[in-house]
Design a protein around this ligand. Structure first.
Ligand code: NAD
Ligand code: IPM
Ligand code: MN
Length: 359
């Protein structure tokens, strides 16, 4: 049976990087017998332009039917003045929420060839292999009430609600322990329990779930310290589990350890393992249309889709090996370029990965 994949290019560099993912999927189909059917739909600013909504109903329907969804990125200055409900980012949040994609896996792996592209010294990042598990459908991103209001004294105030229920904490904690069991069996839960009640409950529930996983060493860390430790000694971590906004911020920081934000893929999974796959970076308006964006995070997101949603582990290995080979050969987009390497654009990078696919 053929896997149905929905492609959502989105905005800015989205269409450029997703074109390379499409090229890769076609190559896997033609040369390595991957059974896939691709379909494309609009989301974000592109959804707003096409249908007046950042998440058109037709896109959501196709996403529900697909075996895997691949997204580029959404957002851009052209859409920043739209009312909140119409903003491109709202489309992304809505698809995550509608599909109940609560578990967001963001692996930060340093390819040894990129040690000199990292902002940190090679001995600090060499061999880095960290998994950040970000809760994706709760917290301040979705909590009610929210808004901007005018007080009786005429002063305006903006407000959001950082809220997590016990079942929401329990299911992401359980995912964290399950992932840790398959890796180094160390789980660090990151919170702000010294200040926030929501974090106190988070810690209590994580402790309770831990009793089912006696083989996993659980630790807790405050988010401010975690940000510092990620830059000081990132290899102390195996799996980090944290709430939505902390995970958003920490994963951008972790990306830089691997050389560039253009290197970090992600999987957003529901309870059944269905998922949406996307690079963690945004639509990069500053370089959009110039053909210089790094497509590797997107190609590595395809590998995650093959592994997690399509049961095609061998094809995933093939893609990851091809990326390694291209880095060995020395091709680099500008964000990961260093002395002695060949500077290439988005398309050349995508073509190089396709050319490096092997049995
Ligand atoms: P960004 O991630 O788009 O860009 C931050 C910096 O990283 C920029 O200098 C950009 O050029 C660079 N960069 C990002 N991806 C790159 C790549 N693949 N190759 C090379 N360089 C890359 O973040 P931002 O500038 O804060 O946000 C821009 C827009 O993207 C906003 O509208 C924001 O809301 C949106 N955004 C979307 C997503 C998403 O779709 N998942 C994620 C983050 C931001
Ligand atoms: C991400 C992005 C999104 C987030 C925005 C664009 C809604 O930053 O995927 O990391 O904050 O989750
Ligand atoms: Mn982000």
């Amino acid at each position: 049976m053929s896997h149905k994949i929905l492609i959502l290019p989105g905005d800015g560099i989205g269409p450029e990087i997703v074109a390379e993912a499409t090229r890769l999927l076609h190559a896997l189909k033609d040369r390595f017998a991957l059974a896939v059917e691709l379909e494309e739909a609009a989301i974000g600013g592109a959804g707003y332009d096409a249908a007046g909504e950042p998440l058109p109903q037709a896109t959501l329907d196709l996403a529900r039917e697909a075996d895997g969804v691949l997204l580029g990125a959404v957002g851009g200055p052209r859409y920043d003045q739209l009312p909140w409900e119409k903003r491109p980012e709202r489309g992304l949040l809505a698809i995550r929420s509608q599909l109940e994609l609560f578990a967001n896996l963001r692996p930060a792996i340093l390819y040894p060839q990129l040690a000199s592209a990292s902002a940190l010294k090679p001995d600090i990042v060499g061999g880095l292999d960290l998994m950040i598990l970000r809760e994706l459908t709760g917290g301040a991103y979705f909590g009610q009430p929210r808004g901007i209001r005018t007080r009786e004294d005429g002063v305006r105030e903006g407000f959001n609600t950082l809220i997590y229920s016990e079942p929401e904490i329990e299911r992401i904690a359980r995912s964290g322990f399950e992932i840790a069991m398959k890796r180094g069996r160390r789980l660090c839960s990151v919170d702000k329990a010294n200040v926030l009640e929501v974090s106190q409950l988070w810690r209590e529930v994580v402790e309770r779930v831990a009793r089912d996983y006696p083989d996993v060493a659980l630790s807790h860390m405050y988010v401010d310290n975690a940000a510092m430790q990620l830059v000081r000694a990132p290899k102390q971590f195996d799996v980090i589990v944290t709430e939505n906004m902390f995970g958003d911020i920490l994963s951008d920081a972790a990306a830089m350890l691997t050389g560039s934000i253009g290197m970090l893929p992600s999987a957003s999974l529901d309870a059944q393992g269905k998922g949406l796959y996307e690079p963690i970076h945004g639509s990069a308006p500053d370089i959009a249309g110039q053909g210089m964006a790094n497509p590797l995070a997107t190609l590595l997101s395809v590998a995650m889709m093959l592994r997690y949603s399509l049961g095609e582990a061998a094809q995933a290995d093939r893609v990851e090996a091809a990326v390694g080979r291209v880095l060995d050969q020395g091709q680099r987009t500008p964000d990961i370029w260093s002395e002695g390497c060949a500077k290439v654009g988005t398309r050349e990078m995508g073509e190089a990965v396709v050319a490096a696919l092997a049995d």
